[in-house]
Design a protein around this ligand. Structure first.
Ligand code: NAD
Ligand code: 6OH
Length: 486
């Protein structure tokens, strides 16, 4: 059996307590994971503190950028291993893991290497009475030891999205990947070791949330900041824990995202985009469109075309190059998604496609699959319209006016992403800006430039990361003010 260990103070650490890492494609156990106890997390935080006080804390931005480039190059060199590990942990198809997850793992380090080298500092000259002046300039320093807690849907991508800027700013990291997907994080620790990152600058602890490594991090008095991606409810729990030490938090949480399709859209492009926006990663992307609003003249045509495309959506083994959709992450998550399928029926939905569990006649029948599913006919107050399902499902409704659809799209407690499809330039700008979200795409979805702000409003999060926004979260700024006499 393959063992996934903790990486603390530059050394691999075993634990007596272990849990299974399961492949959701067919339910097989692929590794035994060593669960970090409170003492292991404490040792990780202490080694992080020593690293920040020691050689790592004294590195220049140029030296750290060079280190981040080495990390990126090593991820690229071992990309086949990362790919295999990510596909085994999540069941996601090669077509996705090889184009999204693993390349972004390396890109996250490169982009923050470039950004930290070129980041400007604030500088203000302040005129004073009598001809004297003051020079204000801002110095960027590490926060200290940053706790990084990440989810299972895009494991390497979302972990490195936070680890890279934290290291770029000179912090030490104590990272906890999701208990469902510990494999690529463990490979990342191997990479950190092999490129010679100073001991303690990156620590990896495995485990769960409550009363396990997750909570041990968030409650640790010597953690300086917590950055978290996951469910909104978990965000609440972490905020409670962080409140005691008044720790800064950065949260990227759930979504219940709207897609708005106008009758004047480029239909084929829109359909390609919407297939991705609804079914990428089996709908397990926080940005996925679970609420689809279609201008009435296009409604029937869209529903028919989407259902026809679904028939061609190949649910396959991850290594099958034609495979477009994999299973859900776990039996528990599959049960949750199936409960929403059932709830949708109880709430009065008409099921246009899917709604059940596929059968394959092979090992996949022991995995955690559900069918790509399309529903219509629910009132806007239905729980399936209000709550995040996080599965391959969307609800489609017709609308008549721009004003009406803006109100429908914004009628949610979440506020992460929206996508609008139209060829009318004026309308594109109007609608995109009216969305009460952090990310408003037009004629595209999940199109990323890593320098831009990423995050959500409402239940979808606190703060923005990406580009300079990340640097501001992961740095302590000291303003130096010097009075200069005439
Ligand atoms: P989750 O909140 O259950 O778990 C995320 C991480 O938090 C895991 O590592 C887990 O072990 C840990 N955790 C759980 N409880 C904790 C606690 N009390 N204290 C400390 N750590 C704790 O989320 P998930 O199921 O892994 O991921 C799916 C969710 O993440 C969805 O809601 C999705 O929308 C959201 N998500 C958001 C974004 C974004 O950028 N906004 C990105 C990806 C996923
Ligand atoms: C959520 O599931 C996807 C988040 C994506 C990012 O954080 C990113 O940087 O692209």
């Amino acid at each position: 059996m393959h063992h996934l260990r903790n990486y603390v103070a530059g050394r691999w650490q075993e634990s007596a307590r272990r849990f299974n890492d399961v492949n959701p494609v067919d339910g097989t156990v692929i590794a035994e994971v060593h669960e970090a106890d409170a003492a292991t997390v404490d040792a990780a935080v202490r080694s992080g503190r020593e690293a920040v006080r020691g050689a790592w804390g004294r590195t220049s931005a140029t030296e750290r950028a060079a280190m981040l480039y080495r990390i990126a190059d090593e991820i690229d060199r071992r990309s086949e291993e990362f790919l295999a590990a990510e596909m085994a942990d999540t069941g996601k198809p090669y077509s996705m893991a090889s184009t999204v997850d693993i390349p972004r793992g390396a890109a996250n380090f490169r982009v923050f290497a470039d950004i930290i080298k070129t980041a400007p500092l604030d500088c203000f000259r302040t005129d004073l009475p009598g001809g004297a002046h003051a020079l204000n300039y801002t110095v960027r320093k590490p926060l200290g030891v940053v706790g990084v807690i990440s989810p299972w849907n895009l494991p390497l991508l979302l972990l490195t999205w936070k680890v890279a800027p934290a290291l770029a700013c000179g912090n030490a990291v104590v990272a906890k990947p999701s208990e469902e997907t510990p494999a690529t994080a463990t490979l990342l620790a191997e990479v950190m070791h092999s490129v010679g990152l100073p001991a303690g600058a990156f620590n990896l602890v495995h485990g769960f949330g409550p009363e396990s490594a997750g909570e041990f991090i968030t409650r640790h008095p010597d953690i300086d900041a917590i950055t978290f991606t996951g469910e909104s409810r978990t965000g609440t729990a972490i905020m409670h824990a962080a409140a005691a030490g008044v720790k800064p938090v950065s949260f990227e949480l759930g979504g219940k995202n709207a897609a708005i399709i106008f009758a004047d859209c480029d239909f084929e492009n829109m359909l390609d985009g919407m297939m991705r926006a609804i079914f990428l990663n089996s709908g397990q992307v926080c940005l996925c469109s679970e609420r689809v609003y279609v201008e009435r003249p296009l409604y029937e045509r869209f529903c028919e075309a989407l259902c026809a495309r679904i028939k061609k959506l190949k649910l396959g083994w991850p290594n099958d190059r034609e495979s477009m959709m994999g299973p859900l992450i776990s039996a528990a998550h599959r049960d949750k998604v199936l409960r929403y399928f059932e709830l949708a029926r109880q709430e009065g939905a008409r099921v246009l496609a899917g709604g059940g569990v596929p059968t394959f006649g092979d090992g996949r029948d022991r995995g955690f699959w559900v069918e790509p599913t399309v529903i219509t006919g629910l009132p806007e107050s239905a729980r399936c319209i209000k709550e995040e399902v996080f599965g391959p499902i969307c609800h489609i409704a017709a609308f008549d006016t721009e004003e009406e659809v803006i109100a429908l799209a914004n009628d949610t407690a979440y506020g992460l992403a929206a996508t609008t499809w139209t060829t009318n330039l004026n309308r594109a700008h109007r609608v995109a800006e009216a969305m009460h979200v952090g990310l408003s795409w037009v004629n595209s979805w999940f199109l990323r430039d890593l320098r831009t702000p990423f995050g959500g409003a409402g239940l979808s999060g606190i703060g923005r990361e990406g580009g300079a926004h990340s640097l501001n979260f992961y740095s302590e700024l000291t303003n130096v003010c010097i009075r200069i006499e005439k």
